[in-house]
Design a protein around this ligand. Structure first.
Ligand code: GDP
Ligand code: MG
Length: 162
């Protein structure tokens, strides 16, 4: 069976951009307007000769009431069907309530989690990335989904846990 990686996180952190980076092609829909990716979309991925499935998640209206809870509920569905989770946080914004709700879901799941500190476009962002140790999920891996910075290292880590 091909292992499944669920990509979760609140809207606009760059999940779909990172999925495209993992795929090496532009297939997941990236939008400046948050909440465009619908529910869960699965893609076939290949890295270092290993095949896996990447599931992009989304579909929330970030302005809706109870947004954090909805994101957490969506993450729960995606995580339950996954072998490992890529949790994406915007390192420039830092930890929000919605991020903390997702962390609770991830803890409960007991699944292996790789923490991506996204939008670290240059080395100045490394400090912000380090602040994500406070999520209590272990080492945050700085990455720029947009420019590809750190994405190879991140993929190596993902395959280690998948
Ligand atoms: P999603 O809602 O989590 O799927 O986020 P998207 O992938 O749709 O990205 C939301 C916005 O963040 C888009 O405008 C992206 O271009 C931007 N973005 C994503 N990754 C990065 C990054 O590494 N650096 C910067 N500066 N912007 C990014
Ligand atoms: Mg998306």
């Amino acid at each position: 069976r091909v292992p499944v990686l669920a990509v979760v996180g609140r809207p606009n952190v760059g999940k779909s951009t990172l999925v495209n980076r993992i795929l090496g092609r532009r297939e997941a829909v990236v939008q400046d307007v948050p909440g465009v990716t619908r529910d869960r979309v699965a893609y076939d991925a290949l890295w270092n000769g290993r095949q896996f499935t990447v599931v992009d998640t989304g579909g929330w209206d970030p302005d809706a009431r109870g947004m954090a809870e909805r994101i957490a509920a969506q993450a729960e569905v995606a995580v339950s069907a996954a072998d490992a989770v890529l949790f994406v946080v915007d390192a420039n914004v830092g930890i929000t309530d919605a991020d903390s709700e997702v962390v609770k879901v991830l803890r409960r799941s007991g699944k292996p989690v790789v923490l991506a500190a996204n939008k670290v476009d240059d080395e100045r962002g490394e400090l912000e990335a380090a602040a994500l140790w406070n999520l209590g999920l272990g080492e945050p891996f700085p990455v720029s989904a947009l420019h590809g910075r750190g994405s190879g290292d991140l993929l190596d880590i993902i395959l280690d846990v998948l």
